[in-house]
Design a protein around this ligand. Structure first.
Ligand SMILES: [Zn+2]
Length: 463
């Protein structure tokens, strides 16, 4: 019987393993031993005999074990506004949706976060970042609602506390009542860091400073946001170089391109990651590589909004850390990271690099270790190595969808979304046999639908 005073072990064996370590070590049949919240050992063949305090022993025959997937860019609240403005480009899409988003409240954001996180978790995501930047007056504690949802579902979380202070009357896109003042945004961001940010090894919750984008935020908020993040030792996140229109806006407004503007406001550095980075010149990519500024590559959203193809192979060659992001589900209704693994590979092969662009192992690396790098978690998670956190996913590859695909990593990346047999976060199961353990999926679906209808009603009444 397990000794309750000792940390429990979980053993997974007889499965293929893709560790995504520095050497891309793989085992055709191997084992992984978890002790408490850490990986104790892994290797080829069965687990060593005689291990004590084994709470779970899992036979992984016909399955692939990988590090947990890491999502580096999202907007959970958009779970309530999926399937709208499906033929619009970014600016038109924003103009259509801001009046609706400006009516969100705490109850809606909680339901949306449960939907977003639940969908990702059941698809093998173990660490998720969310960029929340819409804080309507009187909306309640929206960031707290997200933090609560992540804890309920057991997902490791980076809450990027966003902000906007350039409303319609200042030449921005969002309605004035959905933006904050410069001082108010900075004070609330600092309050969120003080209240929630846990910098310890294995932390389940980070806060990042995350003004929305150059065209919805004042230069002063960019500059002072960077100062705040560095004073507090937290990371910085924003949208960068997403569209050709944004590039034009930066030239007209600031007399320089987005990357030069970011550099001038203190926004390049190894503590920064930016979503998209589609429209980058050679010198922009060189600047990102030199400063180790990270990128959240969101291929499905970029395709949905017709933004273009980010130059991921060039970024990787320049030493830029690159992770994957689903982006908000108003521009990527799937909300699963599997589609990004697949689309990162496919979309980049449609770009200038063709067949040499990305392979299945590099796609898996973007979705795991690359994500850990851009979120500042690479020493803790993102690969299966002894001593790292036990964030791991067992994928079923012997079913109808995958049993004839020769290479398990190709099956995972290029095949249909594989069922998750087991997902561990911090050594704890959060998904078993394809079902969430921390919440009822039907209840999440009903709750999100009810809140989506409530939001549509309130927005229609206000229009
Ligand atoms: Zn985004």
């Amino acid at each position: 019987m397990a000794d309750p005073l000792k940390s429990e072990r979980t053993i997974i064996e007889n499965c293929a393993i893709a560790t995504v370590d520095a050497n891309d070590t793989e085992y055709a049949s191997g084992h992984l031993v978890v002790n408490g919240n850490r990986i104790e050992s892994l290797g080829p063949g069965p687990a060593p005999e005689g291990l004590e305090n084994v709470a779970r022993r899992i036979d992984g025959t016909g399955q692939l074990l990988t590090p947990g997937l890491i999502n580096t860019h999202h907007h959970f609240y958009q779970w309530l506004t999926r399937g709208l403005a499906t033929d619009a480009n970014l600016f038109d899409w924003l103009v259509a949706l801001y009046p609706i988003w400006a009516r969100i409240d705490e109850e809606m954001v909680h339901a949306a976060a449960r939907g977003s996180l639940g969908m990702m978790a059941r698809g093998g995501v173990t660490t998720a970042a969310d960029h929340h930047y819409v804080f309507p007056r009187g909306g309640g504690d929206l960031l707290g609602a997200e933090v609560r949802a992540a804890a309920e579902l057991g997902v490791r979380f980076t809450a990027a506390r966003g902000s906007m202070d350039r409303g319609e009357s200042d030449g921005g896109l969002p309605p004035d009542f959905a933006v904050e003042s410069l001082d108010g945004a900075l004070a609330e961001t600092e309050r969120a860091i003080d209240k929630y940010h846990d910098a310890s090894f294995g932390s389940m919750l980070h806060i990042a400073v995350a003004p929305c984008s150059p065209f919805s935020v004042s230069t002063e908020l960019m500059r002072q946001g960077a100062e705040l993040a560095r004073r507090k030792g937290v990371r910085l996140h924003t949208h960068g170089s997403e569209t050709a229109e944004e590039e034009k806006f930066c030239h007209e407004m600031f007399g320089m391109g987005p990357t030069d503007y970011f550099e001038s406001t203190g926004w390049l550095g190894e503590d920064v990651w930016m979503a998209h980075c589609v429209h980058m010149t050679d010198s922009d990519i060189e600047a990102f590589g030199r400063t180790r500024t990270g990128v959240a590559h969101c291929p499905s959203s970029n395709a949905r909004l017709g933004a273009g193809i980010a130059r991921v192979p060039d970024m990787l060659a320049a030493g830029v850390p690159v992770g994957l992001g689903v982006d908000g589900t108003a521009s990527n209704e799937s909300g699963e990271l599997h589609t990004e693994l697949r689309n990162a590979l496919l979309v980049n092969r449609l770009g200038p690099h063709k067949e040499s662009a990305l392979d299945v192992r590099r796609a898996l690396r973007l979705g795991t270790y690359g994500g850990a790098q851009v979120l500042g978690r690479a020493p803790e998670t993102g690969s299966l190595e002894a001593g790292k956190l036990a964030d791991a996913v067992l994928w079923k590859l012997d079913g109808i969808g995958h049993s004839t695909i020769a290479d398990p990593v190709a099956a995972l990346v290029l095949g249909a979304a594989a069922p998750v047999t087991l997902s561990l976060v911090n050594g704890k199961p959060v998904v078993a046999d394809g079902r969430l353990l921390g919440a009822d999926e039907d209840e999440i679906a009903r709750g999100a639908r009810d809140q989506a209808r409530r939001l549509a009603r309130i927005a229609a009444d206000a229009a």
